[in-house]
Design a protein around this ligand. Sequence first.
Ligand code: HAM
Length: 417
Amino acid sequence: MTAPKGTFDTLPPDSARFLAVRDTLTAPLRRAGYGYVETPVFEDTAVFSRGVGESTDVVSKEMYTFSDRGGRSLTLRPELTAGLMRAFIEHRLHDGALPVKLWSVGSAFRYERPQAGRYRHFTQVDMEALGTDDPALDAEVVALGVQGFRDLGLTDFELQLTSLGDSTCRPQYRELLVAYLDKLDLDEETRRRAAINPLRVLDDKRSEVQAQLGDAPLMVDHLSDSTKAHYDAVRQHLTDLGVTWVEAPRLVRGLDYYTKTTFEFVHNGLGAQSAIGGGGRYDGLSAALGGPDVSGIGYAVGVDRTMLAVQAEGLDIGVSAGVQAFVVPLGAEAKRLAVKLVGQLRQAGVAADTVYGDRGLKGSMKAADRSGASHIVVIGDRDLAQGVGQLKDMSTGDQVAVPVGELFERLRESVGA
Ligand code: HAM
């Protein structure tokens, strides 16, 4: 048996790196007053079909949808935003102080064609700031995303930023774009896509399509006064926060709910799947899910892709340091002592381990070596007869006999706990 297509297992020692990357990405959120939320990994299908948008690939082609035994249509979440918004509405968080700042981390599922950096099961760190459309909040959100990557030591990435307008200007722009696309030589399939969401054509990767789009109208050139002022303020705050960006007027995200500020974090060392994170404002999402008319902005970072970026830049993050102390017993009586000693050390907060099973002297010393411990105690039968164990400092190679009754304290002191 193997893991299902497009999925993988994360095992030690890589898993230590995974945890370190995940926790580094969430630390800036915790420092900025965002509260942790858990929602189910499956939701009623309508949460995504209404929230993410029927015209998107994510909803129309990539969802893991199934009927449960009660005949309900449920879907494994393809992203976390719609579920968080559902919870925000259900628990009437909008009645409290705004903005409500939330974060979450967990599995997402999309039935995509697997390739490097694109999986059917992956992990996202997600954050959302709900209930206020203050441009300073947009800047906070974007800057927190940048901070997470910086804290990992990443440098070879860029922030792509644009504004997708809102209901005051996007409908007119859409008409302009549709009129422009009408005159082009496009195949039927592309025309169908254009009819559902013309913006998506701007993102078409094929050269024969791109060649015709040179002077296509762009949303940023057709923003209403208020949306333009909002975007200008966001950029002003970002400059104040020391965040640099690249204007990306053709950025089209894979989800339909975006309005105004929209962005992606792109890493240069990853090939085709280069987006390590992305997000934006989604002022209509709450209403689409039957909630009040509240705005929101947030982003999600792909933890698995960020791991690949960390590797691509050769960063040494989350390499497991192993244990601090290791006890090697030789003989049955020593074994009892070793198990007890390791238990005491762990209770005192020292990372400690011993050998299990009959490993013999050679095997046990190998295990001690591999454990990464800075201090090792070897307890042989002859030592035990004299009431001592041998304490070895692995960095200097020094070895001293220590009375059994003092081993715990001496080990604790030696590792600095
Ligand atoms: P998204 O751009 O669809 O946005 O996904 C965010 C990130 O998740 C991507 O940049 C990528 O790193 C990672 N990701 C997406 N699909 C896969 C996959 N198949 N395999 C591996 N990694 C993947 C969202 O999901 C929005 N909910 C973000 C958001 C939050 N917008 C507002 N708030």
